[in-house]
Design a protein around this ligand. Structure first.
Ligand code: NAP
Length: 259
């Protein structure tokens, strides 16, 4: 299917690895030119070169912390006007409800709620003026079914979800859609880190921790960044213009609910 993205310009945040990288690659495969971001320059430059070579699109890497105000300003300046925004950043650490102080919540809100909101605030006006735009926020399955050890993530992503629910309906009249993609467990460095915590806590191997988690998923496996990216590219496509303000789970059936 031609997604109608040839020549569109996309900013994909936190995209040197994992789910952001999956989104960047799928958008590049559909012909979009990219601005990609991560903090570590080495992996980012390598990702940019790899994507350029494989898909023949323009890729501008911007090494910066998307959660900091300065870093965001640097990324936005390099990006200029974009048609597509994919927001993403690292997830907060796991823990117990009694561990977290105000500063921990502020950090989680900054990374997973206020950063995507600031990016939308900066880029939505241009999309509205041009009469076309797509925003996809990478959030988490924890929005639909909380993950107890990820209370910081549960809280921050719930806030972003509420903001998107209203804002998506305010920008839809101008040809701009905002939707959220909710990953369940996917095979990335983040999943490895969470599995390593479980392995350590339970005194089991990393492989055993992975196998136990996979057994809880109806699909009996982890998702891949490529599958995740394909869903993102479709939400950014011209064909997806009637999908507005949705929260779409990609979790292999892990969230046990009817709707
Ligand atoms: P990942 O494999 O650890 O990759 C994270 C990417 O983001 C890297 O490119 C990293 O590069 C970049 N990054 C992290 N913090 C950044 C920052 N402040 N500024 C700019 N770039 C930053 O993570 P992932 O698994 O793809 O997860 C992506 C998001 O989805 C996270 O918020 C995570 O909590 C959420 N999520 C993931 C899963 C899963 O199973 N993987 C499930 C639910 C939700 P640098 O370190 O060089 O900056």
């Amino acid at each position: 299917m031609d997604l109608g993205l040839k020549g569109k310009r996309a900013l994909v945040c936190a995209a040197s690895k994992g789910l952001g990288r999956g989104c960047a690659e799928a958008l590049a495969a559909a012909g979009a030119d990219l601005v990609i971001n991560a903090r570590g320059a080495e992996a980012l430059l390598a990702a940019a070169e790899d994507i350029r070579q494989r898909y023949g699109v323009t890729v501008t890497p911007v090494a910066a912390d998307i959660v900091s105000e300065d870093g965001r300003a640097t990324v936005l300046e390099a990006a200029g006007p974009v048609d597509i925004l994919v927001t993403n950043a690292g997830g907060p650490p796991p823990g117990l409800w009694s561990d977290w102080e105000r500063a921990d919540f502020i950090a989680a809100l900054d990374a997973n709620m206020l950063t995507p909101i600031a990016l939308m605030k900066a880029l939505l006006p241009g999309m509205i003026d041009r009469g076309w735009g797509r925003v996809v926020n990478i959030t988490s399955q924890s929005v639909k079914a909380p993950i107890p050890v990820l209370g910081l993530s549960n809280s921050a992503r719930a806030g972003l979800t509420g903001y998107v629910a209203g804002t998506a309906r305010q920008v839809a009249p101008f040809g701009v859609t905002i939707n959220n993609l909710l990953p369940g467990i996917h095979a990335t460095d983040r999943a490895d880190a969470l599995d390593r915590d479980v392995a350590e806590a339970d005194g089991i191997s990393l492989e055993e921790a992975r196998a136990r988690r996979a057994a809880t998923i109806p699909a009996r496996r982890y998702g891949t960044p490529a599958e995740f990216g394909a869903a993102c590219a479709f939400l950014c496509s011209t064909q997806a213009g009637f999908i507005v303000g949705q929260n779409i789970l990609l979790d292999g059936g892990a969230t046990n609910s009817v709707l």
